[in-house]
Design a protein around this ligand. Sequence first.
Ligand code: TYM
Length: 377
Amino acid sequence: MRFLPFVYGDDSLTGEGGSAILVKELYRAYARFKIAYGEERRNMIDGKKVLFSGMQATGNLTLGNYLGALKNWVTLCDEYQCFYSVVDLHSITVRQDPAQLRRRARNLLTLYIAAGIDPEKNCLYYQSHVSGHAELSWILNCFTYMGELNRMTQFKDKAAKHADNINAGLFTYPVLMAADILLYQADVVPVGKDQLQHLEITRDIAQRFNAIYGDVFTIPEPYVGKTGASIKSLQNPEKKMSKSDENPNASIYLMDDPDTIIRKFKRAVTDSEACVRYSEEQPGIRNLIDIYCVCTGKTPEETEREFDGKGYGDFKMAVGESVVGVLKPLQERYEELGKNKDYIDKVIKDNAEKANYYATKTLRKVQKKVGFPERIR
Ligand code: TYM
């Protein structure tokens, strides 16, 4: 199988012809076969599979980030050894105010803990405190094709949005993301739907590298929550709810007070059907039902029954109140933690050491494989 990545790689430079697709499919089938028969290397820490995910500390976190990612992370440490990074290297692909970036990074790490992610059981750290991310990213750049990166929809979106600063970092962003994940030999990566394309390229890069050098990297699987994986804008339900949306009414921010939350839901765009139904034809109502379901644990069918014969006003109010109920404890805990500087500092220091330990193990192995000289001790 060693020749396969070269064939696939060459074709991916010029676009995918039929032969490239066939080879790619064959390669994927081979990878699936190896996993199914236990041949694929599996990384375990303390008897647990490994999980990696991260968030950018740019802009105010939204309800989408919380319901699509953070909320799902809390209980995963029972099953996985979890690494959750504040991905500040990714943030500078867009111009940042340095003081603000530092403050937001710390706030985000504090928010991880406030959301219930225990820093004793999970590794919460800043990406910039583990130099292995950047080092592995460089190596993986040399195993990634321009053709692949050109196909990334997030790059196209961001390049359109920041036309005055289409830097190389923005282009190779998915490679850094691959490095984040592969550095810890992650088996699973919980993300919202918007990140699935980046997961796919991570798998392709890892499989290509493994086919050349042996089973170096664990091939990660995406882990997408059943609900909340794609929370939409309250003003345009065709778009995802995003930190960078210019219209503040489009997003619920995690630190919004109850009145603001209720007001934003009252203004949410719906339709003229006047019927609370979970259907593709009513994207605004569907989004509100999704939010209500994640916040209350109810199903869309139960929600339809609950609001049968009631107007949108009642329904929007109930959705707003369910969100207030979820965010209030989070906000209170966040306030409390913010006062405890020493505790947060200790979490940052201890967890960066832990992350560095595991990152270095993979990095040294990769460096050796590609032919870098051994360190003299
Ligand atoms: P970021 O910071 O944009 O988003 C963090 C997480 O929130 C999810 N998310 C959503 N989920 C549902 N509905 C929405 N409206 C919504 N908006 C955001 C995202 O899917 C993500 O899971 N590139 C990543 C960060 C990253 C990363 C990684 C993630 C860097 N390296 C390695 C996983 C693994 C990003 O910018 O996410």
